[in-house]
Design a protein around this ligand. Sequence first.
Ligand SMILES: [Zn+2]
Length: 457
Amino acid sequence: MPINDLPREILSDILLRATQLNEADGESYTYGLTQAPLPLQKAKLTKYWHDWVLSYNFEHVFERKWRGAERWAELTLKRPKYSIYELIDKPSGYAVYRDPYGSLKLTNELFATVPSTASHVRRLWFNGFYEAESDKLILSVISSCTKLQYLSVPWTILRRATAKDWVNLLNGNTGRGRPLHSLELTAVCLPEAQACSLEDDHTPNPLEDSSVDFSSLKRLKIFGNTLHKPVSDDDLHHIAKTATNLECLDFTNLSTISVAGMLALVKASRNTLQVLEHSPRSSDGFYHPYPGDLESGEHICELLANLPQMRDLSISIPYMCADLFANHDVKWVGELQVRATDVCGCDSNTSPATRVEKLSTTLESVRKLIAARRRMHSKLSAELFFAGCIFEPEKKIVHGDFALAEISSGGRWPEDKQPSTLGPYGQTGTYGKEEGFWDAISEEEYLYAVSRQWVQL
Ligand SMILES: [Zn+2]
C-alpha cells in the first residue's frame, strides 16, 4: 500500500514524527520534512506532502516586535578589503538600522501574494506592536487568514480599527472561511509618544456599530492594565449585546473593568459559559480583591450558582454568601476560587456575631457542595479569599497573618497554629513578591477570635 493511501490522521502522524526527528538534528531550512542535501547526492524533492508542510509551518504564526530598531553587525575579518573601517579605532561591529516592523511586513506580503500559505493559518499572535502603522499591518494579515481560529492582539486594535475591520476579524457572518473561535486582547502601559498618538486617534468605537457581531466567538480573554484608552465596562456592555455563545471568559490583571462589566457578559452567555476567570487585580495580591460595586445592588450568588454549563470558576465579587454554593446540581470541578470583600447582607453596622454566623454558614455550604460533587464522582476543592485570609473549608483551616490578633488576645490565642505555605499572593512567591509569614489555624479558632473581636472582618 503506497504511503499516500493511508488515512489522513495516520499519514499526518508519520509526517509529524519524521519532521520532529529531522528537527532534532537541527534542520530548519528544509521545513523539517526532507533531509539536508548531502555532498555528491542529488537532493530529493518532496512534492507529495506540500499541503501538509504548509499547514505544519503556518498553522501557528507568532509575531514579536524587535526590542530596538537597530541590530549589531559584527565586522568582517577581512578588514583591509573595506578600507573605510580603518578610520574607526578598534571597531568590532557597527549598529545597523533594522525595520522594527520588518518581519510583520514580510508576513503581510507573503500572505497577500501567496494566499495558499494564509489559508493554513489557524492561530495568530502579535506582541509588542502598538502603533497606527503596525495596527494596519496586523489587520491586513488578519484579513488574509480566512480560516483563523485563535487571535491574540494588542488592545490598540480595538481603538484604531473600524467596524468593517472588526466584522472581518470576527468573521461571523461573512460567508467565507470560518468564524473566529478565540480572541485575546492584551494591554500594557505605553511610552509617551505612543500613548499620545493613541489618545489623538478619533476612530469611532467599532463596538457601537450593530454590524459587529460576537455571537460566534467562544472564548474572550482580556489581560493587562493600561492607562491609555483601556478596555472598560462600556466596551463589555457593547460586546454583551451579541456575545451570546461564549464558553470561556477570562479577565486577568486589569482594574479598568468592574464586576458589572463582567456580569453583563456572564448574563449574555449564561447558557453556554463553562469557564469564568475574573481576577481583576491579581498583581496586587489577595489583599485587594475589590472588583467594584454593582449599582443595582443585585444578589449575584444565585445567578452564578445557576449557570447550567459552568465547570471552572475563579471570581472576584463584592459579596458572597451560602447561596453561591447552594445549587448541588452544578458541574463545577477542580479548584474553585472565590475572592470577596464582604458577606451578602452585611454593612458597617453588622455585629461581629452576625458576621460569624453568616460566614460559618457559608463555609458549611461549601463543604456540603464539595461532598455532593464527590457523590457524583467529581473532585471539587475550594479556596475562599476573604478578609485578608485564605479559607480552605474542606480542611477547616484558615491561613493568614494573625500577629496582631495574638497581641489583642494577650497571648491567649490561638491555642494551636502551624506555619502556612500560603501567603497574600497565593502560593509561594507568585509575582516575585515577599510572601510574609503566614500561619494556619483552625476555622473554629478563627471564628472564635472574630466573635471576641481580636480579628476584624
Ligand atoms: Zn449572596
